[in-house]
Structures are given as structure tokens and as C-alpha cells.
Design a protein around this ligand. Sequence first.
Ligand code: COA
Length: 335
Amino acid sequence: MSAIVEAFSRYLPPKVVTNEELSSLMETSDEWIQQRSGIRERRFVDAPTTTSDLAVEAARKTLGALQGKSVDAIIAATLSPDYDFPGIGVLIQAKLDLPTIPAFDLRNQCSGFLYGLELATALVQQEQYERILLVGAEVHSTGLDLSTRGRDIAVLFGDGAGSCVVSREEARATTGTGLRVLRSELHGDGAHAPKLWCEHIGSAHFPHRMDASLIEEGKCFPSMQGRKVFEHAVKRMVEVSLSVLEKEGITPEQIRFVVPHQANARINGLVAEQLGIPGERVSQTITHYGNTTAATIPIGFSHVLEEEEIHQGDYLLSCAFGSGFTWGATLLQAV
Ligand SMILES: CC(C)(COP(=O)(O)OP(=O)(O)OC[C@H]1O[C@@H](n2cnc3c(N)ncnc32)[C@H](O)[C@@H]1OP(=O)(O)O)[C@@H](O)C(=O)NCCC(=O)NCCS
């Protein structure tokens, strides 16, 4: 029994923030950001807008493509929820006026979409659900240190949302191109958690999890050991991609398009090179959107399916790496 991913959609808030604009807030430059990351601009919300608001915008487009059919569960991935709790899943459900369907929340950061995809695939294959709305969404801009202190991270991230539906093959809702999930492999290694995390607010702080001195120290902003994360990201994305391909008996040359997470254009360049896949067959949304964490991969697929010639039978590969560390790869085939 197959799971088919369909109706990819995206929503990016309209406000474009260029590297030059960030240079007026911190000591950085367009040249540094482009050279080190490949990013030219990103989107930031410019009015009170929550992560679930962005998720709903993308999800409405996905649901609108389902030809009257609905979904019977939601899986929502984000590291920037509207509230400490509840998660955004139920907020999306309420804003979309969906019935009392279950809503799962995933906290797997940049790998969140692939974690969600594996979960959704398993659930529809078990016949527990027919169609699951899978959404990745982030509002990073209001949680970044936009001063020189936070520049190594702040220049990398952007806001956005992407969504799709994971359907049991017999319950497909669209006639457009769908992607059959052939194989997925996920990993995690929490020993590396401090290399990329946001320490505050959390139960790690005793006796009060909310602490003004931690905010002053900037612990409420994400922190990252960039070079170490970079090295692990390249190694792990190549390793897990090759593992998935090998288990399915597919060679990198057979891959029509790769949709990797977008943390750094140089990471993706090295991953493509080490997989032996030409750069023109690798999605590169980071230039205009930066890193939108859990939203990145569905946004990438929505572009690829719109802009590239994808034919039935084509293989597509997605891979991700992020905070945790967590990483994974999924092989799909166009149907
Ligand atoms: C963050 C990253 C772009 C930095 O690139 P890098 O080539 O490793 O650069 P470094 O961190 O070594 O910093 C080089 C110098 O630039 C400075 N710098 C950092 N951010 C800067 C910025 N925005 N503008 C200008 N200079 C900056 C550093 O302070 C450092 O200065 P120094 O040499 O005087 O100490 C890169 O490490 C990276 O992409 N890491 C992985 C990101 C990732 O995968 N995230 C995981 C998924 S979310």
C-alpha cells in the first residue's frame, strides 16, 4: 500500500528583506552573506503574524486543490510555535474550521518535514487515516538577535510555510503530479544538541524557567557552532542519501531532482558534488528565502513541481539536517 504526496503549496510573507537592509542593523555585508551562505534576501512578517497564520495560508491552497475532499489528520512541524503550548497543530485545525481531527506537533527543526513525512506515510499505510495535511511553518524573524551579537545566525533565517497532503494511494484527491514515497530513513543524535539550540525558555532552568539574566545574556536567541554544524550537515546528508538510494537500488544518476534542506548554498553544493548530481538538478530556494527550517522542503517541492519538467517515473530525493542533531532522506517517485 503506497502513500502519495500531493498538492504542495507555499506561502511566503510579502515583505522582502535584503542583505543590505540587514547591514543597517548589524555589522555584516551583502558580500559576506552571499559568499558564505548564498542568500540574497529573505521574507519577514511585517505585522503581527503567527506561525500558524503562515501555516494556514499554505494549507488553504493545499486543501483548495483537493477537489472537495478533506483531510482526517494534521501533522505540523515547527520550531517557532505561536505559544509555549499548545502546539500549532490544533490552532491550524481551528483556523481552517476543520472538524475535531487529531493534530500532531513535531519538534524536529530543519528535519521536521521529513520526520512528518515518514510519520504520515506510516499512518496512511496502516489505514489509520486516508489523507493527512502535513505543514511546515516558521516565523523566525521575531526570534532572532538582529544585532551584531547575533549576526552569524540572524542573516541565515527567514519566515515562510509549506504544505502538502499525504494520501493513501486509493484515496488520492488530485489528478496532478503526485510523489510516491519509496523509502525514508531518519536519524538523531542528541549528544550534539548544544551545537545548535535555543536554551531559553525551558525546564532546564531551575527553579524558574523564565530568567531575566538569561535573556540579557542572549540565551533566548538561537546559538550555533557554525563550522561544526556545517561539517556534520554535509557528511550526514550525503551518508543518509546514499543509504536510501542503495537500499532502493537507485543510483544518483537516476535522480531527476534533489530537494535538500536549505541551510547554506555551500552545504548543498558539497552534498550535490559528493553525490555526483549536477547542481542544476538541485533545488536552490535559499537565495530568495534563506533558511525557513521546517517549511523549507515543502516550499522547495512546490517550486520544483511548478517549474521543472517532472515526468511520471522520475525519482526525486529530499534530504535534511538540523538541530538535534536530526537528519534524514526520503526517496520519492513521480506518479
Ligand atoms: C554560519 C556560517 C554561514 C558561517 O560561515 P563560516 O564560513 O563558517 O564563517 P565563520 O563562522 O568561520 O566566521 C568567519 C568570520 O565571519 C564573522 N561573521 C559571522 N557572521 C557574520 C556576518 N553575518 N557578517 C559578517 N561577518 C560575520 C565571524 O565572526 C568570523 O570572524 P573572525 O574570523 O574574525 O572570527 C556557516 O558556518 C554555516 O552555514 N553553518 C551551518 C549552518 C547550518 O547548517 N545550520 C543547520 C541547519 S539550521
